[in-house]
Write a protein that binds this ligand. Sequence first.
Ligand code: FAD
Length: 497
Amino acid sequence: GSGDHVPVLVVGTGYGGSVAALRLARAGVHVHMVEMGMAWDTPGSDGKIFANTTSPDGRSYWLRTKSKQPLSNFLGFPIDRAIPRYTGILDAEDFSGITVYQGRGVGGGSLVNGGMAVTPRRENFGAVLPSVNADEMYATYYPRANAGLGVGTIDPAWFDSVDCYKYARVGRKHAQRSGFPFVFVPDVYDWDYMEQEAAGTVPKSALDGEILYGNNYGKKSLQKTYLAQAKATGNVTISPLHQVTSVAPATGGGYTVVIDELRTDGSVATTKTVTADKVFFAAGSVGTSKLLTRLKATGALSGLNDEIGKGWGDNGNVMCGRANHVWDATGAVQSSIPCGGIDNWAAGGAFAEVAPLPTGIETFASFYLSITKNPNRAQFSWNAATGKVDLNWQTAWKQPSIDMAKTIFDKINAREGTIYRTDLFGVYKIWGDHLTYHPLGGAVLDRATDNYGRLHGYAGLYVIDGSLIPGNTSVNPFVTITALAERNIEKIIATDL
Ligand code: FAD
């Protein structure tokens, strides 16, 4: 309640926040987590907590009146539909040159994501986090993160036999015939559960096309891993539908934190003020960057350094589809959980996931999300006229990503005698270059903070989420976000408590 004092306040309940909460709680510290999204622990009128991908409703989007599906079109026709405005699970946050998709709710991005849990290749790590000791990461913190997240890999024999991965086997065949390595991608989805889905013995989630708006079964989101363990300590409380709006030094020491309690229509029910000895910013790359940029510019935290808001990247995300020949059907039932990718990082700067198109009908399409070595970086800045934080990313900055993805798909198309799909992102538009799922940076490690996430200028303020990572991880980011948080919180507990 208003006026309370807490030893540690964590802003956000995604990967960084959940790691901080668990480790601090296990060290005996009382932690209060503040989350702007909903708890996602109560079924709706259909008996399910999460909406299906094929029938978005209010639960699906954060305060939108129309869905905004990443694949906006099918056969050229727009597929978005009207929905009630509600504090739903997926935020499609629009900046001038890019839409940034993010999870909203207790568990952050783990609620909406595909669960692909990829550790970068050791030789690429120096470019990901140049100031971090790679030996320590690969010996200690990546293994700790993988264990904490419950990462597993598909049984290759099952992969080879099951209908729901026909699309991925077609992807593998085409990759290999063009000389690209196809690699299995680990995931936090419970692979044993998925095998039971395929056998018809349990309720379906991945095989019912659930993804983006939450998985009702099978996926080990943070609610089932780090956050469950954190709550079990008895030292952690979570306030959903509470949004932090300000953090400023308090007169008696520590920090004054202003929090809006939200209604499910997005309006503010009450505003609360608490004090905290320490505050961890774990609101995600965009959430943390927006808060810190505004608080620096408007005077609440004017002593933050000039690195705040800088070094933001999209992890080089770009999407595309290919039209297969009729003998390369990809399957009417496709597991929504991707399990493999095409690795052309070293030669072409692209790592392409073979992604599902879980439409429920045969599409003869192969669909890919590429992560590329796009060098462009954007910056957040405070716009006093609009009272908002802007991001100066331009859509044209995706061109390097397109060029890198083409090193894979131009070659495959030439080898297979196939073409790109032009109907998935508009009318005659090949590239999904308008979005990212992987925002990174904005409060970069060893720049905006010290080498462990301590914000320069303010003792007791920390960043512990994806905003620490300067724009690219060479693979899907959450394992690296988790491992870095494990590294940083261990140091902070040892030296700052
Ligand atoms: P987040 O997980 O984003 O958590 C931040 C939390 O803070 C959110 O819950 C947010 O609501 C809350 N918050 C923000 N501002 C405030 C505020 N002011 N007050 C209170 N709370 C606030 N990554 C992978 O590695 N593999 C994948 O397969 C994958 N698939 C993805 C698919 C989709 C559709 C999306 C959107 C993302 C995907 N990602 C994937 C990316 C991954 O989910 C993110 O990189 C990750 O969640 C970021 O972790 P984080 O701790 O930085 O922040």
